[in-house]
Design a protein around this ligand. Structure first.
Ligand SMILES: NC(=O)c1ccc[n+]([C@@H]2O[C@H](COP(=O)([O-])OP(=O)(O)OC[C@H]3O[C@@H](n4cnc5c(N)ncnc54)[C@H](OP(=O)(O)O)[C@@H]3O)[C@@H](O)[C@H]2O)c1
Length: 334
């Protein structure tokens, strides 16, 4: 198997001094691949040179990934401290964050996480694999007081040494302003959707200006996302003529251009694949052959504000559409 020298992979230094590799392997693939296949991909990725894995309890594969991690440790491929492992508390566990984290630690067979995220700012649960129009009657809009109760539990995990860093995911500027105002431990980063056709420039800048780093998810445009997250208006990053032209110049797949752009722009990127060749191209791609300044400018101009992971299954009764989740007017929608 081809490998990449992991010391050649750049990292970002978070406000507290922690260093996170700028590329991690995504592990959300449950609609297309079984847990065992994804766990094997994690093992292959670590052997290949990946040092950062983006997990979550809701992905339904932490137990299998835990076995893979045990194996790479036992085989002497890496030590625990060489890896950056993220997990996330799912929406139905906002009141039981400590128990949920301990479950992820047990499943992953670890005694600490490098990063724990609140997966969504809503406690709204939907069944895995549900249809796009499925609604849970218990769903509610964002409630800041309740979010901070969840965040206080997140802070207690850092204090207990179970987690080294805590962060948010899928929050807006309006929500982050309140979280920054009221937190004791500031989020180290926010995980949010970013790809060339959905660059979120304002939210990105707000995070950076406030010392909060950014992980961009679905960096390739999530071609394998669940059917419930697909609409006829969605555009395809990998088919964009600007992306294709850069790929032709560099002799790489358009997917790799999306990742190079991501890292060069300044976000951490977490592409998913279980295919050894794709995983390799992605890792190698961010260690060589940068985009030119002109290409970076050209990509900045192809933003189509095309959100792919709309989150409509988290809507509450009375909400008008998925836009209500994202506070488009800068005001939290209730
Ligand atoms: N915090 C959140 O709410 C949240 C939400 C969504 C995702 N995430 C995280 O972000 C990760 C990545 O996002 P994602 O899985 O939605 O989408 P993605 O990484 O944008 O796209 C993954 C797809 O791209 C294909 N691909 C990967 N590398 C390729 C290459 N070099 N050439 C051609 N095709 C390539 C894969 O193909 P194959 O199937 O053939 O391997 C896979 O179908 C997730 O796995 C998850 O860890 C977090």
């Amino acid at each position: 198997m081809q490998t990449v020298d992991s010391t050649k992979v750049p990292y970002k230094t978070l406000y507290n001094g922690a260093k996170i590799p700028v590329i991690g392997l995504g592990t959300f693939g449950s609609d297309n691949y079984d847990a065992e296949t994804i766990a094997q991909a994690v093992k292959t990725a670590i052997k290949m040179g990946y040092r950062h894995i983006d997990c979550a309890s809701v992905y339904g594969n932490e137990k299998e990934i835990g076995v893979a991690l045990q194996e790479v440790f036992a085989e002497g491929i890496v030590k625990r401290e060489d890896l950056w492992i993220t997990s996330k508390v799912w929406n139905d566990k906002h009141k039981e964050v400590v128990a949920s984290c301990k479950q992820s630690l047990a499943d992953l067979r670890l005694n600490y996480l490098d990063l724990y995220l609140v997966h969504w700012p809503f406690p709204n649960y939907h069944a895995p694999g549900c249809a796009g129009d499925a609604r849970n009657p218990d769903s509610v809009p964002y409630n800041h007081e309740n979010y901070m109760k969840t965040w206080t539990q997140m802070e207690s995990l850092v204090e207990a040494g179970l987690v080294k860093n805590i962060g948010t995911s899928n929050v807006t500027i309006a929500k982050m302003k309140l979280i920054l105002r009221d937190c004791k431990i500031k989020p180290v980063l926010n995980e949010m959707e970013i790809h060339p056709h959905f660059q979120q420039p304002e939210l990105y800048k707000f995070m950076k200006d406030n010392g909060v780093e950014v992980i961009g998810y679905s960096p390739i445009g999530s071609p394998g996302r669940p059917e419930r997250d697909k609409t006829p208006e969605d555009t395809v990053d990998m088919e964009d003529p600007i992306i294709v032209a850069i790929a032709n110049r560099l002799g790489v797949h358009p997917a790799v251009v999306c990742l190079k752009w991501a890292v060069q722009r300044g976000q951490i990127t977490i592409p998913f694949s279980v295919k050894t060749d794709k995983m390799f191209n992605n890792l190698k791609g961010i260690t060589e052959g940068p985009l030119t300044e002109e290409e970076m400018v050209a990509v900045s101009k192809i933003d189509k504000n095309c959100r792919l992971i709309k989150g409509q299954v988290f809507l509450w009764e009375g909400a008008k559409s998925w836009e209500d989740l994202w506070d488009l007017d800068g005001i939290i929608v209730k």
